[in-house]
Write a new protein. Structure first.
Length: 202
């Protein structure tokens, strides 16, 4: 049992940290853009909302209770990134917290179905009776990976914020948002290109 837990924990951790599967990283980047290190509690709640969402659909999809065409999931994941970055661009640091958390949870539902495709391809034949253990350990691995990514992003954003503040002065409130605007536009263009590449055929 312990060996299986470790195997699927590592699978989840490696999957979220895999640079070749960077779409989930890009979503976390978009999610964190409005925040700096002092906002870590808000980001923790946001990440928890996202985790609740993807945990539900990861479990339901892995159990074949909910199914959705993988081509559409691969298209919808970058679309969630585009929408999140657009919200960042429009509202900057004035995002309404309650709506942001609900949106993170909703987008988590979509990402959970994406996680489930990888999870189901990694399941051990003949070990279906241990599905709950595999699901739990895989999801914990993903969560630990997310925490690592979020912490690193907040540290980087804190550095950018301080550099921007030092260059422009403490009273340049609107200009201090410049790096956030640039990041949001980059993410929109990047994820938008991914959407175009992944448009499902009808």
């Amino acid at each position: 049992m312990e060996g299986m837990f470790q195997v699927f924990f590592n699978l989840g951790l490696d999957h979220i940290l895999d640079i070749q599967g960077y779409d989930h990283m890009l979503f976390l980047l978009a999610l964190c853009i409005p925040f700096v290190l002092k906002d870590w509690k808000k980001v923790l709640v946001l990440a928890t909302a996202f985790t609740i969402g993807h945990s539900i659909t990861l479990g339901l999809s892995a159990l074949d209770i909910v199914t959705f065409p993988s081509a559409w999931i691969e298209f919808l994941i970058p679309l969630t990134i585009v929408l999140t970055a657009i919200i960042d661009l429009i509202y900057q640091n004035n995002i309404k917290s309650s709506y942001h958390y609900l949106l993170a949870m909703f987008f988590g539902f979509i990402h959970g179905m994406g996680f489930s495709n990888f999870f189901k391809s990694s399941m051990m034949p003949g070990e279906e009776s241990r599905l709950i253990t595999q699901l739990l350990s895989f999801n914990i691995g993903i969560e630990i990976g997310q925490i690592i990514i979020v912490i690193l992003l907040l540290i980087v954003f804190e550095g950018l914020y301080r550099i921007n503040k030092g260059l422009l002065g403490p009273d340049s409130t609107s200009k201090k948002m410049h790096y956030r605007t640039v990041l949001s536009i980059i993410v929109i263009l990047w994820a938008g290109y991914m959407c175009i590449e992944r448009i499902p055929s009808f």
